[in-house]
Write a protein that binds this ligand. Structure first.
Ligand code: SF4
Length: 567
């Protein structure tokens, strides 16, 4: 029996953990079955995807369906049923039941829940080609649970080559947020630590570039999380490890350990969603928000872990004002990436059942994004959607970190700041154009022009630009006075060096000599006020900053700088 097991991933570098579990279960329960894993992407040509699946006249095609690929899965199933009437179709994953309903009466078998927990009747019916419309099973309710890593040695050189590897050290979530499909079942299963270590050792042997833990709340048991982190750091690999964490579950021991993690090795995805207490209560999100925000701040201050923090727009009880406060709270933490997505009313979630009572209206097809509710009329949601887009474009990169740090230090009202910036972006048609660093820098220069601290911020923007490694100043960041032009500053320094004013350059020529120093550096003079703001000087004097070609070992890997002594 020939079975194709299909995942339509978001991009090539992703892989699908479920596929490997399905393969193993099929081979265990139906000896003699020939399985083929097909990892495709939603961006591939539809027709070519179809040809790949129809080729060889398979007996069955298994799909894994999620919200973001379900339209395409549904279309493929319809066309496959027309073209290969004898081929059975089985669909699993979070969106399986929705697809099953949409396709009825087209024959398609839905597996709801976990493949590991499906009973023997499924495999018997599969072999006899008389599958029923629905099977189900819950791993968390199985009496003798054993959750093994589904990867085989050969997978790393084939299906997983050049892709992110996904790994679960636990299954289930201790929380029950009302908008989340994971909340349908209560309980968490944690694999024993020795098993986790043995499985991770197998994966790390192949030195993957990225290993993503899919545990819904990786640090729900802080001591266990710490033990896994410590284990990972004993391996000499350059792998980036990604974890979904709860921000209020950290111990001092964890912070102490995280200080020792080299830059670029850990990445945390942190679900905050809102800091408005009535909202958190309404969606059943259990979190100490004061501790959570403080912990994110502490993690950001370490400067070595990329922090991706999430807010959801359109939650119950969230008004424009309270969303603005949630945004400001999150911005103040210094998290590197602020993801602000629209609430999706996913079928099967508790919030989707309560939606009518809260006057929710959402899109009728995946991903079911919210359009209006009783706390936000559509026009407000629309405005905040573009607000979020504006923040994501300007903040979620390495272009302007000193500017954002300045706003944080000054306790600027960032909700107002970005609302005003949004207005300028809309006037300039920003969202229809390419959001390049140059374009965004130009808009920011225009935006700060009338401000009292405009001249200082212009210097901060120059600093951020040069820290990204540029070796020129674009027109909007030009300095006016001729003697302050970068080339003039460099020439003057060179003459001082040639004249033997060695005190000025003490120790700086050691690495490659004077010529190397001047060849590789970019020099610009900054005011004392700006240098104080940047934390580079404590006095009033103007100083030259040298921008080096070397990069820092930090999240943004910006270029190093040296402040030259007064001259
Ligand atoms: S949103 Fe996250 S924490 Fe909440 S139930 Fe879902 S997986 Fe668990």
């Amino acid at each position: 029996m020939q079975i194709k097991i299909v995942a339509l991933n978001a991009r090539f570098t992703h892989s699908c953990l479920a596929l490997f579990h399905v393969r193993n279960e099929l081979e265990k329960n139906c000896p003699g079955v020939a399985t083929e894993l097909c990892q495709l992407t939603i961006n591939d040509s539809y027709y070519e995807t179809f040809l790949r699946l129809s080729h060889g006249n398979p007996d069955y095609i298994f799909f894994s369906a999620a919200v973001w690929n379900s339209d395409r899965v549904e279309q493929l199933i319809r066309d496959l049923q027309n073209c290969l009437p004898d081929c059975g179709v089985v669909v699993g994953g979070p969106q399986a039941e929705v697809i099953g309903c949409n396709l009825a009466p087209v024959r398609c078998c839905v597996v709801s829940g976990d493949m590991e927990a499906v009973g023997g009747d499924f495999y018997r019916d599969l072999e006899q080609k008389r599958l029923q419309p629905l099977y189900g099973g819950s791993f968390l309710r199985m009496p003798d649970r054993l959750l093994l890593s589904p990867y085989r040695e050969g997978d790393f050189l084939t299906h997983l080559r050049n892709r992110n590897i996904y790994y679960e050290s636990s299954r289930g979530c201790p929380f029950a947020c009302t908008y989340c499909l994971s909340s349908a079942e209560q309980g968490v299963y944690h694999k024993p630590l020795p098993q986790v270590e043995a499985e991770l050792a197998q994966i790390l042997h192949y030195k993957p570039s990225t290993l993503r833990f899919v545990d819904r709340t990786f640090n729900d048991q802080p001591q266990r999380a710490l033990a896994i982190w410590k284990f990972l750091m004993t391996h000499e690999v350059a792998t980036l490890f990604h974890f979904e964490i709860s921000p209020d579950r950290f111990t001092e021991e964890m912070f102490t350990f995280l200080q020792t993690v080299p830059a670029g090795r850990f990445q945390f995805e942190i679900g905050v969603q809102s800091t408005h207490p009535p909202t958190l209560q309404a969606v059943n999100r259990v979190m100490d928000r004061v501790i959570a925000l403080n912990n994110i701040k502490r993690l950001a201050a370490l400067g070595v872990i990329h922090l991706h923090a999430d807010l959801i727009l359109g939650l119950p009880h969230e008004t424009k004002e309270s969303f603005g406060r949630s945004f400001a709270d999150l911005f103040a933490t210094g998290a590197h990436y602020l993801q602000m997505g629209l609430l999706k009313l996913l079928p099967g979630t508790s919030i989707s059942r309560d939606a009518a009572g809260w006057s929710y209206v959402s899109c009728g097809s995946p991903p079911y994004a919210v359009l209006v509710n009783q706390w936000m009329e559509h026009a407000v949601l629309q405005e905040l959607y573009w607000f979020c887009e504006c923040v994501e474009k300007f903040v979620n990169n390495r272009y302007f970190p000193s500017l954002w740090a300045y706003l944080r230090r000054r306790e600027e009202d960032v909700f107002v700041f970005f609302q005003d910036l949004l207005r300028l972006c809309q006037q300039q048609d920003f969202f229809r154009l390419a959001p390049t660093q140059e374009f965004m820098g130009q808009l920011l220069c225009q935006f700060i022009e009338g401000r009292e601290d405009g001249p200082l911020l212009l210097e901060v923007l120059r600093y951020d630009w040069l820290r990204c490694g540029h070796r020129f100043l674009p027109s909007f960041l030009q300095v006016e006075r001729a003697e302050e032009q970068p080339q003039a500053v460099k020439d003057a320094l060179y003459q001082q060096a040639a004249a033997g004013l060695s005190g000025l350059f003490n120790g700086l020529f050691e690495k490659g000599g004077r010529n190397h120093f001047f060849k590789t550096g970019f020099f610009l003079r900054f005011s004392g006020a700006c240098l104080r703001e940047l934390g580079l000087s404590r006095d009033e004097g103007r100083r030259v900053v040298m921008f080096l070609s070397d990069r820092e070992e930090s999240v943004y890997r910006l270029h190093k700088t040296i402040v030259l002594p007064a001259c």
